[in-house]
Design a protein around this ligand. Structure first.
Ligand code: ACO
Length: 331
């Protein structure tokens, strides 16, 4: 009996939303003791987008989702699942996925948030792939949306220069014969949580409060250590994913990594021995948008890296948790 062709995933549409307000490094010089030169040489970031009061995570996620749906030529009623990756939801509950679903009018569609910090979107792709392969869903909306400006302490130069706001969305569709995610690797190390965390000030049980004088509800980060862990974890994860697929790095058209710092991206490609020009970067424009980095990069890389059907694209991310994930995609 001929074997059934395997179901896989195809990216049917992408969309982004970036607040119009651009905050340059020079503007930050007026806020904290820093310089454009320091930020640029240490991080590669030139500017970031900062949301207004009305540009909430839900608002930005909805805008990105509408664009992705239009590109996929799908209506909200065609969706079988809505997944949202965010560390800055408008509320703990309802989830951002429920809020976005309501704004889209996708009544009845299952919707939930998935939290793996900056690795959240790649975690989401891996989860979505399982639903598509099993046949439990045919069309899935995935959104990464972040309003990190609301959780940084704007007096802390160690963190406030690094982050930005924005959203990206991807529609993945079940297809027969197309591979979609060829292989993946993911993991977490909760024992290193203190290196990078955002405390819930309402929680009484955690010992890991931000050290004074930082605000109790802001991002705390051991920058140097996170830098090293990010490079090592992403390189190791990428290698495991390629090994599982039996694919050589030479055959990968483009690497799309988490956009935290251009030096992390440079160190990653050096470690992988991958040509820098085939690694997408937009961190200079937007800074670190956590779970929104990868979907925004996916949207922009399609045209900027001239990706064509069948090209192999390697996604790789690292974030608080600690978490890491990589996925080899067939475009
Ligand atoms: N402007 C000027 N000086 C600054 C600033 C600033 N904005 N921020 C810190 N400094 C100072 C520090 O106070 C320190 O001064 P000191 O030596 O007198 O104490 C000095 O600069 C620190 O210098 P380095 O430690 O050499 O800085 P480094 O090269 O490690 O860069 C950075 C710091 C950019 C934070 C880097 O470690 C980094 O990018 N780490 C990764 C962090 C990250 O991306 N986190 C995001 C979340 S995780 C993720 O997304 C992967």
């Amino acid at each position: 009996m001929p074997s059934q062709p395997e179901s896989g995933m195809q990216i049917a549409g992408t969309g982004i939303y970036l607040p119009s307000r651009i905050v340059t490094n020079h503007e930050l010089e007026k806020l904290v003791e820093t310089t454009d030169e320091w930020i640029l040489t240490r991080t590669g970031i030139k500017e970031r987008r900062i949301s207004s009061k009305t540009e909430t995570s839900t608002f930005m996620g909805v805008a990105a989702a509408k664009q992705a749906l239009a590109q996929a030529k799908l209506a909200p009623s065609d969706l079988d699942l809505i997944l949202v990756a965010t560390v800055t939801p408008d509320s703990f509950f309802p989830s951002s996925a429920c809020r976005i679903s309501a704004e889209l009018g996708a009544t009845g569609c299952p919707a939930f948030d998935l939290q793996a910090a900056c690795s959240g979107f790649v975690y989401g792709m891996i989860v979505a792939d399982q639903f598509l392969r099993s046949g439990a869903a045919r069309n899935i909306l995935m959104v990464g949306t972040e309003r990190l400006s609301s959780v940084v302490d704007w007096r802390d130069r160690n963190t406030c220069v690094l982050f930005g706001d924005g959203a990206g969305a991807v529609i993945v569709r079940q297809t027969v014969g197309s591979k979609g995610i060829i292989s993946f690797d993911w993991g977490a190390d909760g024992a290193s949580a203190d290196l990078l965390h955002l405390h819930n000030p309402q929680s009484r049980g955690l010992a890991t409060q931000p050290p004074a004088p930082l605000a109790p509800d802001c991002i705390v980060m051991a920058g140097k250590e996170i830098f090293k862990q990010a490079v090592n974890a992403m390189a190791d994860s990428a290698k495991r994913t390629l090994k599982k697929a039996g694919v050589k790095l030479d055959d990968v058209k483009c690497v799309i990594s988490h956009q935290a710092n251009i030096r992390i991206i440079d160190a990653l490609v050096d470690k992988l021995k991958f040509p820098r020009e085939r690694c997408f970067a937009n961190v200079h424009r937007y800074g670190n948008m956590s779970a929104a980095c990868i979907p925004v990069a996916l949207h922009e890389a399609g045209s900027e890296m001239k990706l064509q059907k069948g090209d192999k694209v390697l996604l790789v991310a690292f974030g608080g948790g600690l978490t890491w994930a990589s996925a080899l995609l067939e475009w």
